[in-house]
Design a protein around this ligand. Structure first.
Ligand code: ADP
Ligand code: ASP
Ligand code: MG
Length: 414
């Protein structure tokens, strides 16, 4: 009997009826003679509510206590689902992250899973039970409870699938698979039958929130096959796997869009050896992740550097630049928040020339200003004004022939 891990996201367990619906889907899988391990998210917007609740008490929540409160969200879902399964005559048992043997680093708020001791899960499966695990949490070496960062239940699902050597990991969500772009932006987006780990990793990192990038990364390392599908229909979903079965005929598989980006400019630094290294060293020491970088000489005397960072790095970037202004000797800094990153992704790019040129032409023809560009083998990203972002997604999506007739089914919050 093969093991299947099914992860259900917040919308899928958003109210009692939806939890009962999940229980029915789990029951169906059990009846197909599978051993089922379920990973659940908190109900609907529960995690956001818990964050707000904490901020009603203090503007400076202790990180440990924030993790303690956040993990309760998933625990509500797991026990309700277990009870719903009992109602349907399916024996089950719910586990918190630590009960399930999920061990993490000692970092509150964004811990990585370091190991999973699956004995207890295996024992319960052997007893014929469905195992239900609270997503997005684990236990540290010193017996503290830590969360994996927002969206972390996907990572729990894939990590558990790897530890149990499951046949595959389902990511059950509120859309029917991975689409060529967010179907909430382009309703005629194309559902992809299959996508490679590498393409999905790029799409997820560049803003496609349908699955967390760390989950894809783990799946790639451990060779876990993922099926993204809807909790609300029986339509075929999207397989994320190592290789695509078909030869790549299309150059662009998807368009990703991310508004959580800031553009930073550091102007007129002295053009002497080591300046650039020092600048990025100061930022790295505060764990600021740099995305795109554009560098130019300003005559022979000075240099200008522009770079982009995720919004969560914004304050640390400002603080570091202010702190080291006198050593770096730059004249000025500018921060632009009203920007967005738009990206095209596709393994087919490597063998189809002119893909990037087409993107620049399409944006240029509509006077959408490109402020920065970065490329890899399978993606091209541009920073553009945020106010033109949605329009740009739609333009590129049709220009690369990704539109379909059918309208995607998307489920709202209850
Ligand atoms: P869950 O609560 O199940 O984890 P998320 O909200 O995290 O669900 O992710 C699902 C959402 O991802 C969809 O509702 C959709 O709006 C968004 N999304 C963004 N890009 C894509 C894409 N390329 N394909 C499918 N969904 C996408
Ligand atoms: N409940 C957590 C969040 O909202 C984890 C998750 O759903 O993946 O971020
Ligand atoms: Mg999610």
């Amino acid at each position: 009997m093969g093991i299947v891990v099914q992860k259900y996201g917040g919308t899928s367990v958003g109210n009692v009826d939806r939890i009962k619906n999940v229980a029915k889907r789990v029951k169906k899988t059990v009846e197909e003679k599978k051993e089922v391990v379920v990973v659940v998210s908190a109900m609907g917007d529960k995690t956001d509510e818990l964050v707000s609740l904490m901020y009603e008490v203090t503007d400076h929540p202790p990180k440990r206590e924030m993790d303690m409160i956040l993990t309760t969200g998933e625990q509500v879902s797991m026990s309700l689902l277990s009870a719903a399964l009992f109602e349907l005559g399916i024996p089950s048992i719910s586990f918190t992250g630590w009960q399930a043997g999920i061990e993490t680093e000692s970092v509150f708020g964004n811990a990585r899973i370091v190991d999973i001791k699956p004995d207890r899960m295996f024992d319960s499966l052997k007893e014929g039970k469905v195992v239900i695990i609270a997503g997005f949490q684990g236990v540290t070496d010193d017996k503290e409870i830590a969360t994996l960062g927002r969206g972390g239940s996907d990572t729990t699902g894939v990590a558990v699938a790897a530890a149990l050597q499951a046949d595959y990991c389902e990511i059950n969500t509120d859309v029917e698979g991975v689409y060529s772009t967010d179907p909430r932006i382009v309703p005629n987006a194309r559902k992809l039958p299959c996508i490679t780990h590498n393409e999905m990793l790029e799409m997820a990192t560049l803003g496609a929130s349908v699955i967390h990038p760390r989950a894809v990364e783990l799946a790639k390392i451990h060779g876990v096959k993922i099926l993204v599908r809807s909790s609300f229909s029986d339509k075929e979903g999207t397989f994320i796997k190592e290789e695509n079965d078909m030869e790549q005929t299309i150059a662009v598989t998807g368009v990703a869009y991310d508004t959580d980006v800031i553009k930073v400019e550091v102007l007129k630094m002295p053009n002497i050896m080591g300046t650039i290294a020092n600048l990025f060293d100061y930022l790295a020491s505060e764990k600021v992740n740099i995305d795109m970088i554009v560098f130019s000489e300003h005559g022979h005397e000075t240099i200008n550097v522009a770079f982009s960072v995720g919004i969560e790095n914004g304050q640390r970037t400002v603080d570091q630049l202010n702190k080291h202004k006198s050593e770096l000797k730059f004249e000025d800094t500018f921060y632009e928040k009203d920007v967005a990153k738009i990206s095209i992704i596709g393994s087919g790019m490597t063998t189809n020339p002119g893909v990037a040129a087409k993107m620049f032409k399409i944006l240029g023809d509509q006077d959408i200003r490109i402020k920065m560009i970065t490329t890899s083998e399978i993606k091209v990203s541009c920073i553009i004004p945020e106010e033109r972002g949605i329009e740009a997604v739609k333009l590129l999506h049709s220009a690369y022939d990704l539109d379909v007739e059918e309208t995607a089914n998307v489920e709202g919050t209850p």
